[in-house]
Design a protein. Structure first.
Length: 291
């Protein structure tokens, strides 16, 4: 019985991680940015959805949309207020810009975390579920919202695949992830592509954050573990590889679920980090990484 419970819960959390990590990977592939404010953006989306539905009483659906909108705005703020000024700066040597971006997004994430704690306290917030009730699967009583979460994540990832592979804008994003300089030679403006990618990222992070708030609940303390999980997934899968991130998301998701059930929820992130260290020794580029 516990094995089936781990199988079902692990799939739902893995799908959530896959959704969040996909946008994280796209950003690195196109602009070379490892956004260490990722967890903060997801938590901001969840807390905004909770506040809108529970305090402002706008309804569950409207609250979820507000949460995604907050994540989108926060993603744009991250790009225009933190990332782009560093990338465009003439005072910072090109070889040092990556570390400045890493530091800048980390500090930005901490600022968001502290703002959330200041206005909404550190107590965990659970977003009102869109789908209520319980269903029995393989003899395990499972919340319908958990199944809803997994389905939505899979659908959004499928829609993202269609966008990237079947639309002109998506193909431009895909080309930029493979060769950013080559795209500029074709007459495409890389800045516009970056804006599209950050918009996609904000929407994906927002949906993942709201669903996570419905599934497990979040607090300002969730920022660090979420960022660590996303970083582990992206590096494990291979920097810039969306396919690698999807595979790594399920590896990390099931590792964390197994640890939570068999050891303790307090140690759920440790096995994934240990696996990351091991992979870095034997295959530094990750599972499907190109660089």
């Amino acid at each position: 019985m516990r094995a089936f419970q781990i199988l079902i819960d692990g799939f739902a959390i893995s799908a959530l991680y896959a959704l969040g990590a996909t946008g994280f990977t796209l950003i690195f592939g196109v602009s070379g940015v490892l956004n260490l404010s990722h967890g903060a953006i997801m938590v901001a989306a969840a807390v905004a959805a909770w506040a809108a539905a529970s305090i402002l009483n706008v309804g569950t659906y409207a609250g979820a949309l507000i949460g995604v909108a907050v994540a989108l705005l926060t993603a744009f703020a991250t790009y225009f207020a933190v990332v782009k000024p560093i990338q465009d700066s003439r005072r910072i040597p090109n070889e040092e810009k990556e570390i400045f971006v890493l530091t800048g997004t980390l500090l930005w994430g901490i600022m968001i975390q502290e703002l959330i704690a200041y206005f909404f306290t550190n107590n965990a917030k659970t977003v009102l579920p869109i789908v209520e009730g319980v269903v029995e699967i393989l003899g395990v009583r499972t919340p319908k919202n958990e199944i809803f979460t997994a389905i939505v994540c899979c659908l959004v990832i499928a829609l993202l695949w269609l966008l990237v592979n079947r639309t002109r804008t998506g193909k431009a994003v895909l080309a930029a992830s493979m060769n950013p300089r080559g795209v500029t030679l074709l007459g495409l403006e890389l800045t516009n592509i970056n804006i599209v990618v950050w918009a996609i990222y904000g929407i994906l992070a927002g949906i993942a954050g709201v669903l996570l708030g419905m599934f497990l609940g979040v607090s300002s303390y969730s920022v660090g573990p979420l960022t660590a999980s996303a970083f582990s997934i992206v590096v494990l899968g291979g920097l810039g590889s969306v396919s690698g991130s999807l595979i790594a998301a399920f590896v990390v998701g099931y590792l964390e679920t197994l640890t939570a059930y068999l050891v303790s929820p307090a140690y759920r992130t440790i096995p994934a980090l240990l696996l990351l260290v091991f992979v870095m020794y034997i295959r530094p580029q990750g599972l499907l990484g190109r660089r």
